[in-house]
Design a protein around this ligand. Sequence first.
Ligand code: CTP
Length: 420
Amino acid sequence: MLTITEEHITDSDSNGESSDVYRLVLGVVDRLANEEALEAYLVGGPVRDRLLGIPATDLDITVVGDAPRMAERLASQFGGRLTVHHRFGTATVDAAGVTIDLVTARRETYRSAGALPDVQPGDIEDDLARRDFTINAMAIPVAGHESDLVDLHGGKRDLAAGLVRVLHELSFRDDPTRMLRAVRYAARFEFDIEPETADLMASALASGAMSTLTGDRLRHELARILQEPDPAATLRRADEAGVLRAIHPSLSAAHLPATSAMPHGPLTWVAALAWPLSAAEAGSLTARLNAPSDWERVISDAVRVRRLSPQLSDPRTDAVRPSEVCGLLDGLAPDALRAAMMLAPTPAANRIDRYLGEWWTVAPRLRGDDVLALGVPAGPAVGEALRALRRARLDGVTRSRADEEEMARQWAEQPNNTAC
Ligand code: CTP
């Protein structure tokens, strides 16, 4: 578990090299805020991470005033890229290698569970009170020190105790994405979900709160789990808490490996989650998540690879020829195949490893023009001949260009020759 120490509280250099850039940005925000007589605070994740001594990745700033206007001035100071959402009073500046999110301090009310909130301008207390967890509901004035911490909900106490705790009892019903966020922070920091918060989560799940979320919001929050340093650990937490089956009844983490030998991208984890599903379940998961085409493809291909993995699982090395492996795997999404390397029986995983590392890119030495010149008739026969040449090269039947030319000549004479 990460713990909060005196050193972290007093040592503002604990963010390492990046701290210079952050200090520079915060200094400019402070000057701009002074010029307009506004309060500006560092809030949420960066405050939490600073107290834990973890290097910051992004900067989240709350402005008690017009955040988009502040963002415009900041972007012009740094020559950065600006994105403004006037409707929400928020803006993002990408400058000096840092993403700076600026929000107008606001109060939020939820008209219906799972919907986006109604927003009104507020002060820093309102802005902290609308947040998900105590550990994310702290602020520090941009020019301030940790001793100026605004901590109205016991965030520092919960950081020290290793607890993820909501601010009020309707939190999960108002915003069910927080159930995925709770397990994400718990796994990332090796924290516990505070018992009363765990009860609130269980009753929100039991009342079907997750079903009030749109597919897009659900998928977006799931994707953030899959981008964590240890997605499998986070998914296991989500499974234990009942969050996965609330997303879709067929989801579970039981089949995932305890540790993954190498880091994988989020789409590989999407495929890993889909691995045990039937084709029908995969289809309904895709629909529930309003999945874009890349998610849809890895979900359906993961199911396909699992179903054909018995054909790749013979432990005798020569039992399945490389060309047969290619025949089964060609055209399947590489992320689905990477998931299979984690989850399929060892002989199949080894063959998929060879496929991705080597066989996938093997092509015949001859090109279309070459086989035409050797007598293969124009039309579909050219493609067939080239595919036969690829198979022969994969299986070591041909070892040189001369072998391939010989084979192409035979093919031209006897296109149905099964040896080709
Ligand atoms: N937040 C919230 N409820 C949500 C999403 C976000 O209260 N459903 C608040 C939290 O205070 C959070 C902040 O908005 O700290 C910024 O959100 P986000 O960028 O998602 O989280 P970070 O805390 O920056 O966490 P991470 O380290 O995962 O980026």
